[in-house]
Design a binder for this molecule. Structure first.
Ligand SMILES: Cc1cc2nc3c(=O)[nH]c(=O)nc-3n(C[C@H](O)[C@H](O)[C@H](O)COP(=O)(O)O)c2cc1C
Length: 379
């Protein structure tokens, strides 16, 4: 383990000079982000996660971002039916790695903030300043039912999350023995020690897609995940610029990230064939339709053409940007995302551990040559 001194700026840069941060998204869940029946689909087991994290850490991947999921989506594979809880997952991985940032994805309405603040500090000390927080408010009502917790109206969810994060930031600050009286919380004599590693606080991100969710991220977070356009780099550039301008108006800076679904093989044909095999021929369509129904997307609610488009987008990476091709193509696509102003991309692979070595051997060096990544990061 490195003897690390954490400054806020170092933390947000994930302790490296990579212009485009690359992370792995969703490996704590069975099937990851690919709604597929192929037998090599991701197990999501602890041994596979540990192996993957060590491999990613060695190869210079910047972060691991888990999904906070409590119930699977059903279908033939019970898509994302087996999931590892994300703060404990992060703690285990931080103990087993040296340089990678590991996020916990925490549902504000389900975690008491005093407990959450301490769990996250514990993970942060284990990782010497490498823990990050993805704040989510939840959208899947079936999941909330099993906790006996009622999902609030959409706007109220972010109101509640504001209080939740405010009290956590206070717990992490120098304040001690303070009271917190607001609309949703009435807490007395709050004390939380130790503080986060190195006198800073964990990198915080959010991925709200509604205007309220986006405003919450801009007000509170260091990183914001937005959807990259599938059609136009100019459109992605404009989305990033709009978020950053709004942050600047509020006197803040925010890094914009996106989600990419990568299929990288030696040739474009091999990549396209595998994509077709795993995501078209062997998609778990009953799971896809269940997910779409949760979002109220069905042939009854939207035109058929849109339904079919969403269906295929959700099968492959739940709507993330598909990047399918040979290493030159994949590297160029990632470089384009950087050019659009994005700070990072969270990628998923059908079988993360099988596919990562080829990606790291072939794509990362190309990005170094293109000036997008720092070749020393993996050392
Ligand atoms: C990168 C990324 C990660 C997300 N992780 C989770 C998650 O783990 N659990 C969850 O319930 N929602 C997750 N979401 C959903 C968002 O937090 C958010 O609820 C959703 O985009 C809807 O936006 P809204 O809350 O502004 O309506 C994620 C979204 C993205 C793009």
């Amino acid at each position: 383990m490195l003897a690390r001194s954490a400054t806020t700026r170092d933390r947000y840069a994930m302790y490296n000079a990579n212009k485009l941060k690359i992370g792995l998204f969703g490996s704590n869940c069975s099937s990851g982000r690919a709604v597929t029946k192929v037998p090599e689909r991701w197990s999501g087991s602890w041994p596979d996660n540990l192996r993957l994290a060590r491999m990613a850490d060695e190869a210079g991947i910047d972060f691991l971002l888990p999904i906070g999921r409590w119930k699977g989506y059903g279908g033939e594979t019970d898509y994302q039916g087996a999931t590892l809880e994300t703060i404990t997952w992060a703690a285990g991985l931080l103990a087993s790695t040296r340089r990678i940032t590991v996020f916990g994805t925490v549902h504000a309405p389900l975690f008491n903030p005093v407990i959450a603040a301490k769990e996250m500090v514990t993970a942060d000390h284990i990782g010497e300043g490498r823990f990050g927080l993805n704040i989510v408010v939840g959208w899947n009502e079936g999941e909330f039912d099993m906790f006996g917790v009622e999902q609030r109206e959409h706007e109220d969810r972010y109101d509640y999350a504001q209080e939740w994060i405010d009290v956590i930031k206070l717990i992490w600050s120098d304040q001690e023995d303070f009271d917190f009286q607001r609309k949703y919380f009435s807490m007395k004599g709050i004390r939380g020690k130790p503080k986060p590693f190195g006198g800073t606080r964990p990198l915080m991100m959010n991925a709200g897609s509604s205007p309220t969710g986006q405003a919450f991220a801009i007000r509170n977070c260091d990183a914001f995940f937005l959807q990259a356009s599938r059609d136009s780099l100019a459109e992605t550039t404009q989305r990033v610029a709009a978020v950053q301008e709004r942050a600047r108006q509020g006197g803040r800076e925010i890094g914009c990230y996106t989600v990419g679904v990568v299929t990288c093989r030696s040739t474009r044909k091999e990549a396209e064939d595998y994509y077709h095999y795993s995501i078209v021929e062997h998609a778990d369509w009953s799971a896809v339709d269940g997910i779409l129904a949760l979002k109220n997307i069905s042939p009854q609610t939207v035109p058929m053409e849109e339904f079919l488009r969403k269906r295929s987008q959700y099968a492959q990476g739940m709507g993330g940007l598909p990047i399918v091709g040979d290493p030159d193509f994949v590297a160029q696509q990632l470089a384009d995302l950087s050019k659009a102003g994005l700070t990072g991309v969270g990628v998923s692979l059908v079988n993360y551990a099988q596919e990562l070595p080829f990606f790291c051997d072939e794509v990362l060096p190309r990005l170094v040559r293109m000036g997008i990544r720092d070749g020393r990061a993996a050392q």
